[in-house]
Design a binder for this molecule. Structure first.
Ligand SMILES: C[S@@+](CC[C@H](N)C(=O)[O-])C[C@H]1O[C@@H](n2cnc3c(N)ncnc32)[C@H](O)[C@@H]1O
Length: 246
């Protein structure tokens, strides 16, 4: 896939996720050895840790797994999952019903860069494996900060570009680049979509840079936690009251 920018990239990403939606969960499980569930649970725990009670937002929710983890937390009164691919949301609604979470989750079509919510609507906003696809990451994260009330958290779970260091930092991305398209072709019938995956990681930020973007969005107490030998990170920050004053 050639390097795509702006609206062209957004169109490619939305078409691609529409095509692979039916196989998305299976591929996640195969490619992470099932670890993606534990990563989201950990990130959900971080998101609700402010002690506030109220509604939560999960941006780029896909088939809903992150939203479901947040919805199960006792201080969460309901979760809105937002994604710009309707096929993903249809799957999310079906899963919510099977997991008896329909009353606690709502799924809506929307773009992460223009969230259709007023300021301070949520006590936390999460995004799992979505930020990498955004065309303007600082803007989308500022949008997430805008809709979270002061004291609440914005949490990003993402595959990040590995920073220079030990041998594994070169070997793991190389393996990922080779294996992802093969699995994509075999299990989703779409090798190209799964060539996009390692390429998007390659073009993405490191965890350290992601921290800087959250700080740039005005968040305080920004923290990062590395998972999977540094290939995955949870980066979180708190919305300060001063963000509303500026
Ligand atoms: C890799 S999937 C992640 C899904 C889910 N969050 C998870 O943890 O499995 C990325 C999702 O981001 C969505 N997405 C990408 N760009 C988006 C945007 N600008 N606005 C809304 N959704 C977006 C895609 O449609 C896709 O469902």
């Amino acid at each position: 896939m050639a390097q795509l920018r702006g609206e062209e990239r957004a169109r490619y990403v939305s078409r691609m996720f529409g095509c692979i939606s039916q196989r998305y969960d299976l591929l996640n499980t195969v490619m992470t050895g099932g670890m993606h569930y534990a990563w989201r649970r950990l990130a959900a725990y971080t998101a609700v840790g402010s002690g506030l009670t109220g509604a939560a937002l999960d941006v780029a929710c896909g088939t809903g797994d992150f939203a479901f983890d947040v919805a199960r937390k006792p201080n969460i009164e309901g979760v809105v999952g937002l994604d710009f691919v309707p096929q993903m949301l249809t799957l999310a609604r079906g899963k919510a019903s099977r997991q008896k979470l329909s009353a606690r989750t709502t799924f809506t079509v929307g773009d992460a860069h223009a969230l259709p919510f007023t300021d301070d609507s949520f006590i936390c906003a999460t995004v799992g494996f979505g930020v990498r696809n955004f065309i303007d990451v600082p803007h989308a994260l500022s949008e997430m900060a805008r809709v979270v009330q002061p004291g609440g958290r914005v949490v990003v779970l993402e595959i990040v570009r590995m920073e220079d260091g030990g041998l594994h930092r070169r070997v793991l991305p190389w393996c990922f680049q080779k294996v992802a398209p093969i699995l994509g072709a075999l299990l989703a019938g779409d090798g190209e979509a799964y060539s996009y995956l390692p390429q998007s990681v390659d073009e993405f930020l490191s965890a350290r840079q992601l921290v800087e973007v959250l700080e740039g969005a005005g968040l305080k107490n920004v923290r990062r936690r590395s998972l999977a030998l540094g290939m995955v990170a949870i980066v979180s920050g708190e919305v300060p009251a001063s963000l509303r004053e500026s």
